[in-house]
Design a protein around this ligand. Structure first.
Ligand SMILES: Cc1cc2nc3c(=O)[nH]c(=O)nc-3n(C[C@H](O)[C@H](O)[C@H](O)COP(=O)(O)O)c2cc1C
Length: 173
């Protein structure tokens, strides 16, 4: 699948088949994260791959009760390593670059998942302190940025409208 097809095929999926997906697929998705751009190539990210049902239930609770997340066999929690960015870029690193870098790595994973026939949804609505407690991390160090439930899709919802190019682009010649 070419990248543009993956971009256009991707959509947020919120119901998954319970069957697991191959380990090699997971490895490929995780591998994709490593190649994302990052400010100064600092790579300030860490990913928790949660397969435990108990922990997935807890994460869904932390995500304001988005129970559908538990239907995914895997939830990846993407965290930004704030001190790692701050070491190079101080406040701009911890407040901006670390989040941008981690988001770029997340999108790499999402597009790789689509290419592998999987689906996911970027989940940003969650209580960071609770997620951090579940993962046993210090959120001042590793800030949880997103949860990504991942699996084979069990729904095909209508695609939400996207804003037209002319509304979002301004050329400056
Ligand atoms: C930063 C961010 C946070 C999001 N948080 C949630 C969320 O907590 N729950 C959810 O169901 N979807 C969440 N989404 C998915 C969006 O609702 C979805 O991307 C949007 O409606 C567009 O639909 P599409 O992804 O199918 O194109 C989030 C997406 C982003 C990028």
């Amino acid at each position: 699948m070419d990248v543009f097809t993956a971009i256009k095929t991707r959509q947020s999926i919120r119901r998954f088949k319970t069957e697991p997906f191959p380990e090699e697929t997971l490895e490929k998705i995780l591998e994709a994260s490593r190649y994302a751009p990052s400010a100064g190539n600092v790579q300030p990210w860490k990913f928790f791959v949660v397969r435990s049902k108990d922990v997935r239930v807890k994460l869904a609770d932390a995500a304001l009760g988005q129970k559908w997340m538990v239907t995914a066999p895997v939830i990846i929690v993407a965290c930004a390593d704030l001190p790692r960015s701050a070491a190079s870029y101080r406040q701009r690193g911890s407040e901006l670059y670390a989040l941008q870098d981690t988001a770029a790595a997340i999108q790499n994973m999402i597009l790789s998942a689509v290419e592998a026939g999987l689906a996911c949804c970027w989940v940003g609505a969650f209580r960071e302190e609770i997620a951090a407690r579940i993962l046993n991390i210090n959120p001042q160090v590793l800030r949880p940025v997103a949860m990504i439930p991942l699996g084979y899709p069990a729904e095909s919802p209508a695609r939400p409208a996207k804003r037209p190019l002319e509304e979002i682009i301004e050329y400056i010649d």
